[in-house]
Design a protein around this ligand. Structure first.
Ligand SMILES: Cc1ncc(COP(=O)(O)O)c(C=O)c1O
Length: 426
């Protein structure tokens, strides 16, 4: 590799020109130089098994040869047109065939945007204004989404607490916050407030699964109260199943948002719904006062579209989701074995396609119960895994289809070492 700077030099340069020395996404003490298959390398040439996978999109691994070939071919034909292009139209067709709630989609560039427009669309369609979201649920960076994501104080429900400076109180006043997995709380809010346009929910909230009947219960309550149900499937779309969480759990929302995997590692996201709901993006169909203006320079970008199309073509081949689940289950079992052997209290939380460990003896079911008994234990665990060559975020582990036997062996070894570290530090 032709490296001219050490990682520390890059970090020092970043400190000069980037607030908090980074892009705001991830631990700024690491600078990634490249990725291939299941692995990434930092600027010092250190190699890791990658369980961050770009925060979700790289389900096939880095630089998948078929995706690269499709992208290179598209690069030679043009990279950005703003105008409609065949690649984006084909991608829309694939999504609408795969995802139950989508008759039509609108492309945007990021999941944040998709969620912002989904909320606006629900308001345009229903003519109502309030949005119910769950404490701890993540829906990107819009003012509405930045409510009670990681609240510092435990306010009484349904009071919304901004997570960010710069958001007016008037936005908080339009939001109602409920505890995840608490259908009774949702039912009483819907009875008390007639002006709720939509409930927005991650069908797998971060890594916390919905209890049996919770998502169907939301669906039923939404029908009863004439409220739209939005599934944020930015993470779960094309991951939990080809048709996303709505296929996996058998509950169809009114609107869903998609991102990450559908762009095959390039900037692309979407929101989708029935043609009737989506007609609010068409001024000629709904008239000027019900029209939702929406455009974006890179929306439907052809390079992202071909990467997404090829990714989906590969995911549709027989056995892919079985392999992904088998990979994830193997990693879950590895956690259990290592932590049980050391007698360390833990709960493996999530789905085989996306999970992590909570160091607690309680089962996490909402934001307030999803807690490590001692956060320092989780920090030590993640730090030791990183030192042993396992790259992941502090609260999620994404299995991929690129994992090889040597990756599992390295990970098992890393966990056995990390457990020893926990035993000595607790
Ligand atoms: C559930 C969920 N919604 C929305 C987003 C925002 O997506 P983006 O980072 O593409 O803006 C994310 C990002 O991780 C997410 O996990």
């Amino acid at each position: 590799m032709n490296r001219t700077h050490t990682q520390d030099e890059w970090i020092a340069r970043a400190r000069q020109v980037l607030p908090a020395a980074g892009f705001g996404n991830f631990d700024a003490s690491v600078v990634i130089a490249r990725g291939q298959g299941s692995r990434v390398w930092d600027e010092d040439g250190r190699e890791y098994v990658d369980y961050l996978i770009g925060s979700g999109p790289m389900l096939l691994g880095h630089g998948h040869p078929e995706v690269m070939e499709a992208v290179l071919e598209q690069l030679s034909r043009g990279t950005s047109f703003f105008a409609n292009n065949a690649q984006g139209i084909e991608l829309a067709e694939v999504i609408c065939t795969a995802v139950p709630c989508c008759e039509q989609v609108r492309f945007v560039t990021s999941g944040s945007e998709a969620d912002m427009y989904a909320i606006r669309l629900a308001r345009a369609y229903t003519g109502k204004t309030k949005i119910l979201k769950f404490e701890g649920g993540y829906h990107g960076m819009s003012a509405e989404a930045q409510m009670s994501l990681a609240p510092a104080k435990k306010l009484n429900f349904p009071t919304a607490q901004p997570d960010s400076a710069g958001i007016p109180q008037s936005v908080a006043d339009e939001m109602l916050i409920a505890p995840f997995n608490d259908l009774a709380a949702v039912a009483s809010l819907l009875s008390e407030h007639e002006d709720i346009a939509a409930i927005i929910v991650e069908p797998l909230q971060r890594i916390i699964p919905a209890k049996d009947g919770f998502l169907q219960g939301l669906r039923d309550l939404c029908e009863k109260h004439n409220v739209l149900l939005i599934f944020d499937e930015i993470v779960t779309g094309f991951r939990l199943a080809f048709g996303g969480a709505q296929e996996r759990y058998g509950v169809t929302p009114d609107i869903c948002t998609l991102g990450k995997i559908i762009g095959g590692g390039f900037p692309l996201a979407a929101l989708g719904a029935s043609a009737e709901i989506m007609s609010h993006f068409d001024k000629s169909a709904v008239g000027a006062d019900k029209w939702l203006m929406q455009l974006g320079t890179l929306s439907g970008n052809p390079v992202a579209a071909v990467a997404g199309l090829k990714t989906m073509e590969i995911l549709r081949r027989p056995g892919q989701y079985e392999t992904l689940r088998r990979n994830g289950q193997r990693l879950m079992d590895m956690h259990t074995e290592a932590l049980d052997a050391a007698g360390i209290a833990h709960s493996i939380c999530g789905d085989a396609t996306l999970f992590d460990v909570y160091f607690t003896d309680a089962e996490p079911q909402d934001y307030r119960s999803a807690r490590h008994r001692d956060p320092a234990v989780n920090e030590a665990w993640n730090a030791e895994l990183r030192a042993q060559g396992v790259f992941k975020s502090a609260g999620k582990l994404y299995p991929s289809l690129a994992l090889l036997e040597e990756d599992f062996a390295l990970t098992k070894n890393a966990m056995e070492r990390a457990v020893t570290r926990l035993e000595t530090s607790t």
